[in-house]
Design a protein around this ligand. Structure first.
Ligand SMILES: [Zn+2]
Ligand SMILES: [Zn+2]
Length: 138
């Protein structure tokens, strides 16, 4: 079980949370680092990684791991689904209810204790669909 609840607020953590909450792009640690550095020029990438990990361990943010690729970070810790664009790599939140009953179904398969589930849809995002059809017209 991941520890939840109180996490000590430091200036660095506040800055990281502010940067994450200010974007819907589900950025990489490196992007967060570049943004936080504008406010705190002496912060290190290691510090950013450490704080992102602590924040996600405490359920304040979510880390979205993609195999061997870099993790992306999400300021919204609540259960929600994503659309991942195969064309531009964008990760967008989907405004739809999540299917919590799936957790019960998995628990009924055996001695599983489901804490949450992650569901992602892959394809072409609206921006890229639009771009493709624009190109066809020209
Ligand atoms: Zn796209
Ligand atoms: Zn999200």
């Amino acid at each position: 079980m991941k520890p939840k609840g109180f996490v000590r607020r430091t200036r660095q953590r506040e800055a990281i949370l502010e940067v994450l909450r200010g974007t819907k792009s589900h950025p990489t640690a490196d992007w967060v680092y570049q943004e936080v550095r504008k406010e705190m020029p002496h912060v290190s990438l290691g510090t950013i990684y450490r704080n992102l990990r602590t924040l996600s361990e405490h359920g304040e943010i979510r880390e979205l791991a993609y195999g061997s690729n870099h993790s992306r970070f999400d300021a919204n810790p609540h259960s929600h689904y994503h659309f991942v664009c195969d064309s531009c790599g964008a990760i967008e939140d989907l405004e739809m209810p999540t299917f919590q009953e799936l957790n019960d179904k998995v628990e009924k398969l055996g001695d599983y204790q489901v804490l949450n589930h992650r569901l992602e849809f892959y394809g072409i995002c609206p921006d890229c669909v639009r771009e493709k059809s624009d190109r066809r017209v020209n």
